[in-house]
Design a protein around this ligand. Structure first.
Ligand code: ZN
Length: 313
């Protein structure tokens, strides 16, 4: 836990993870027959809207770093979009129960190392400082004090401080495991990958430039659209690293079916703040990154800033 002065907070950009994941994607246990991996779990609306999004108002960033031209240049014409195929990490999934914090820690630690491996080459090609891993914090807190502010502990969270910090709630994953182990694996895999997507955004300047743009827009709707472009891109980038490694994990059969259901049902739910994108668009960008039709995946498939507004609604 830290207590930072306002001046020290400048330059940081945090991102509350997929609100939709925490809000909509909790499966009802009875809806997930153990023998059938094809039956999707039913969504349960278990948390009040805005749990994750409310923290966005606490984010701070350096306004001196960008102007409207350079911020657009950074998010839309980033060198990240001209990098080569994301290499597969060749990491297999860790075969461990996610019932305990130790199990979740072990599972996520491997994913974190594998994400680092997959993104090192594209980040290097983009001219980003890729060498140091972000810090992974697996915790059981309901509330967190991060360098980017105080946030709900129930949602995964990324804070762009120093080398980057990824916060993952173990108890959320363990709770899902008790309802559906396969779904819990899909959720853990996808959520860590999404947070690492924010890390890629951070290292390439996209995260801070996007926050600069969000603050600079004068209308609420334009600010929300900027948030959606940023979040949908993080999911696309995360899916790209999952897709790059799909043969080795492997991301197939039951796990793939649960992942597909998850990404197609995550996003802004009715009555929520429209800051993460509709489930339809979230699914679209997740599949775009995963790129099932190809053995290769590319960060360039995730340029949400070069996309029509209806695709980021
Ligand atoms: Zn996010």
């Amino acid at each position: 836990m830290v207590n930072l002065s306002r001046s020290k907070l400048r330059g940081l950009a945090g991102v509350a993870a997929l609100a939709g994941f925490a809000v909509a994607a909790l499966p009802a246990a009875q809806a997930v027959p153990a023998a059938s991996t094809a039956t999707p779990p039913a969504p349960v609306f278990g948390e009040p809207a805005g749990t994750a999004t409310s923290v966005q108002g606490t984010e701070t960033f350096s306004t001196a770093a960008y102007n409207s031209r350079t911020a657009l240049q950074t998010v839309r014409y980033n060198k990240l979009y001209s990098t080569g195929a994301v290499p597969p990490s060749k990491c297999p999934e860790v075969n461990v129960s996610l019932r305990t914090t130790a199990g979740v820690q072990s599972y996520l630690t491997q994913l974190w190392s594998c994400s680092y491996y997959s993104w090192a080459a594209p980040l290097r090609a983009a001219g980003a400082a890729y060498k140091t891993k972000p810090t992974l914090i697996v915790h059981n807190h309901s509330k967190l004090t991060t360098y980017c502010g105080v946030v709900s502990g129930a949602t995964a969270y990324y804070c762009g401080y120093q080398n980057g910090q990824i916060y993952m709630p173990a108890y959320v994953i363990s709770n899902l495991w008790r309802q559906s182990p396969t779904y819990a694996r899909a959720y853990a895999t996808n959520t860590l990958a999404h947070e690492y997507g924010h890390h890629v955004q951070y290292l390439t300047g996209i995260l801070n430039a996007s926050w600069w743009r969000q603050r600079a827009f004068s209308t609420h709707s334009a600010r929300l659209e900027e948030s959606r472009r940023r979040e949908l891109q993080a999911s696309c980038l995360g899916s790209a690293s999952i897709g790059a490694n799909k043969r080795y994990y492997p991301m197939s059969t039951g796990l793939y079916a649960q992942w597909k259901w998850l990404v197609e049902h995550s996003g802004d739910q009715p009555g929520q703040l429209r800051d993460h994108g509709s489930p339809a668009n979230h699914g679209w960008w997740s599949h775009a990154g995963f790129y099932a039709a190809s053995t290769k995946t590319y960060a360039s498939r995730c340029n949400t800033w070069n996309s029509q507004a209806s695709r980021v609604s």
